[in-house]
Structure formats: structure tokens, C-alpha cells
Write a protein that binds this ligand. Sequence first.
Ligand SMILES: [Zn+2]
Length: 315
Amino acid sequence: MSIQKCPLCGRNDSNRAEVLADAPDEYTCKACGRFFVSENFLRRKGNFAAVLYALSAVSREAMEHDLAPPTITEDTVADLIAGRLPVNIADQARRLLRIIASRSSYLGAVTQFAKDTDYTLAFAQNPEEFRYLFAYLRDEGWIRYAEAQSPLTAVMTPKGWEELQQAHSADPSNPKVFVAMSFDETMIDTWEQAISPAIEETGYKAVRIDKKAHNNLIDNEIIAEIRESRFVVADFTGQRAGVYFEAGFARGLGLQVVHSCRSDDTNNLHFDANHYNYIKWSTLKELREQLTLRIRATIGKGPLRNDELSEEAGL
Ligand SMILES: [Zn+2]
């Protein structure tokens, strides 16, 4: 390891790992995260000056999502940033709003951002642009924000939540459906043969976060996924606390929740949640059919549905 100037953002405190000759250099930077960069790219960096900030953002995003670090070469630059740049300032501002929301583990939580190293999270070109985006969100009434402080602190306002909510749950092109259910091995078939296919048949994309080592009910990734969903399917079989939390959280956001529970477990439903209109199922076939009907009746078909194919399949 040696301390070097970051080739993407120019900070003077990035770490460069010693690597073999010919292999891309590996850098770790507080602003850009971890990335590999080839010698040829570094030599012709001047040609890419206009998109260095975007490469910083893409690399940082990969680290935030625990994805593999990007390898930046002359040949990969175009692919790395294709379709990733914000299309306009409103789009860029909403992305930042989404990040603030995903870091808010409860309503009213104060989120903090270091201006000098977190600006890359928002695809901002520099800390000043980052600050400008915060002011934009504040002026729209979506966050409260203490400008004079370092780090920058922001709190989502009800209007901010509403903005994100409308963006996702009312967006007819949003196919994402969060599934809350037990991850017990005995429930794998329920997911694979009933819940997931029913959601797909109605034109949506089922998203389930498999967290076996997941002890904390309030998990930022789960919260972010629910917030980005069109609606939620919650199967209460097994009576997992996480399912109650996720369904309640979704209802609190105003999202529709489709409830289900296997018949032999409905007596165990918690008294404060047993008045919802549950799909009570005995067989996987029954759950799949009932869920498909319920989604079509209460939410309507999703954006991914291929009508011709579905009609042939008799749906
Ligand atoms: Zn950097």
C-alpha cells in the first residue's frame, strides 16, 4: 500500500495497492471507493476528463452495494457509465433523496454526509454541486437540512417521503414487488412454486431479500426495497417478526399489502394483524391461483405482462 493521489477525484489520500506489472492498479479512495485502473487509461486520462466524476460515482455506488469494484480501462469507460448518468437535475436530486431515505432507519432520523467524500454518492461533480443538490431538496420541501454544519445533516420531511412514494407506487412502469415471508427451508417451494410465479404472471417482478444472518428488524436495504416497490406481498406462515414489521412498514407508507397465510397457521396470527383479508391457502397451487386473482383484482396487471402469452396460458 502506498498513499497516492486518486486518479479519479484527485484526493491526495487514496491507497494504491502494490500490484504486478501489467495488471491494473488497485485504488481505494474515501470518495470513489475501490476500483482498478489500467495504465493505458491513466496515460490518456485527459481524454476522459469530462466523465471522471461519473467514474467516481459508479465506483462508489458499486462499493455501497457490495458489488465487485469496476475495472477502468479505455475500453470499459463507455460501458461503465452507459445509462448511469442522471438525465437532468430533477433526476439527480431524486437520486439523492432516495439515498437519504435509504439511510433513514426511522421517520425523522438525522442522516449525515461528509461533503468532501460523499458527493460521489449523488453523481455530483464536486462538493459544491453536492451542497447545491441538498439546497434543491430543501427548496422543494423534501428535506430539512442544516447547511452550516459539517458533516451535512438532512432529515426527510413528510413531503419528501410522499415524493418518493408517489414516484414508486404510482409509477405504472415500476414492476417491483417486495415479498415478505419466512426464509425457513420448508418455505422454499412456497416462494418458487407459488408466490414468485403468481407475481410474474401478473406482470411484476418479485423481490425478496434473503438474509439468513439478519437479526436487525430495521434493515436499511429492506427498507429501501420496500420504499421502491409498487406493492408488497406478505405471507405470514411461520409467524416471523420480520414479516409483521415489513408489512406494517409498507402499510404505513400507504402501499397496498396482499396478505396470505397457510390455513393451518391462521390461528396463530397476531391479534392486531388478524383482521386483514388473508388469502388462506392449503396447497401451493391454491396459493398461486388465489394470489394471481387477488393481485389482478386489487392492483391490476403490471408492466411486464405479455397479454398474448398470458391468454394462451389461460390466465
Ligand atoms: Zn477518489
